[in-house]
Design a protein around this ligand. Structure first.
Ligand SMILES: [Zn+2]
Length: 270
C-alpha cells in the first residue's frame, strides 16, 4: 500500500508568519483512488536529490502522463513544476511541466509528443540544473524569511529570480539583508525534513511555539523542514541539504506594493 500525500496550502496571511507557501500532510490514503486511479508515490518528498527513476504509466490523458512513482515536483507553494524527459524503449518525450491532480501527478508532455500507453515501463529524468536552482532558491526563501521576521503574504520561485512579499512598512536595508543571508550561507547550517504526527505536536507545545509558521490541524501527519538553529516550519517543497549549497545569493530590487507590503527579490549570483 502506498501512502498518499496531498498538497495543502493555507492562508491567507493575517498575522506574522501565518502564511506558508506549502504544507504537505500525509493523509495515509490507499494507493487506489476511489475511482480506481493509482496515486503517484512522491519520491522527491523523501529525497530531493533523486534525479531519475523508473516507473509504470498509470494514466494518460491528452498530453499528460501519470506514473506510479516520480522524482518530479509538481507546481505548488510558489515552486514551479519540474521539467525533464520521459523515455520508453527507443522513444522519448520532453516533460515541460508537472502538476498535481486528484488522479496522480501529471507530467505534461511537449505539444505533439508521442505518449506511452498505460502499463508502459518508463524512465523519468529531471532537468537537474533547473531543479537544483529551485532547491537553492527555495532554501534561500526560508533564510530570507528568518532574516526579515515579518508576515509573508506571497512568494514565487524561478531558477533565475525569486521573491517574497512581506507585510511590513519599514524600509528594507538591502545591504544588511544580503550580508545576513551571506552569513547564514557561510555558517553551513544543516537542513532536514521529518514527518510529525498531531499527537507528537500536542505533546510538544514548545516545538509548536518554535515554528515560524503554524502547522495545519486535522489533516494527518505534517512534514517539517528544519534549518538547524535558523528556521522550523511545515513545508513540502524541495530544499538543499545545508545552507552552504544555497551559494551566492543577493538581494535585488525591493518593491513597494502598497503601504503595508514590501516585495523582496533575490538572485543567485552564478
Ligand atoms: Zn520549504
Amino acid at each position: 500500500m502506498l501512502s498518499g500525500l496531498e498538497l495543502y496550502a493555507y492562508g491567507p496571511p493575517v498575522e506574522a508568519k501565518q502564511y506558508t507557501p506549502l504544507v504537505i500532510v500525509n493523509l495515509a490514503i490507499l494507493s487506489l483512488h476511489e475511482e480506481g486511479f493509482i496515486l503517484t508515490k512522491e519520491l522527491f518528498r523523501e529525497d530531493s536529490y533523486l534525479r531519475s527513476c523508473a516507473a509504470t504509466v498509470t494514466l494518460v490523458e491528452d498530453n499528460t502522463v501519470c506514473v506510479d512513482q516520480t522524482v518530479f515536483y509538481p507546481l505548488g507553494g510558489g515552486q514551479p513544476g519540474d521539467s525533464g524527459n520521459l523515455v520508453w524503449g527507443s522513444t522519448s518525450a520532453q516533460i515541460v511541466d508537472t502538476r498535481y491532480s486528484d488522479v496522480g501527478i501529471r507530467h505534461v508532455l511537449d505539444d505533439g509528443a508521442e505518449v506511452p500507453a498505460v502499463g508502459t515501463k518508463v524512465e523519468l529524468t529531471l532537468d537537474w540544473d533547473r531543479r537544483y536552482k529551485h532547491m537553492r532558491m527555495h532554501t534561500a526563501m526560508h533564510l530570507l524569511g528568518s532574516v526579515l521576521q515579518y508576515g509573508v503574504t506571497g512568494g514565487n520561485i524561478t531558477d533565475v529570480k525569486s521573491r517574497l512579499d512581506f507585510d511590513m512598512e519599514d524600509t528594507v536595508d538591502k545591504e544588511a539583508v544580503s550580508r545576513a543571508l551571506g552569513e547564514l550561507v557561510s555558517a553551513n547550517h544543516p537542513i532536514s525534513c521529518r514527518w510529525i504526527s498531531e499527537a507528537e505536536l500536542d505533546d510538544n507545545p514548545e516545538l509548536v511555539r518554535t515554528m515560524s509558521v503554524q502547522p495545519p490541524r486535522g489533516r494527518g501527519d505534517i512534514r517539517l523542514l528544519e534549518i538547524t538553529g535558523v528556521d522550523l516550519q511545515p513545508c513540502g517543497g524541495t530544499h538543499v541539504a545545508s545552507t552552504a549549497e544555497v551559494g551566492a545569493v543577493r538581494v535585488g530590487k525591493v518593491e513597494k506594493k502598497g503601504r503595508q507590503n514590501r516585495r523582496v527579490n533575490i538572485h543567485l549570483d552564478d
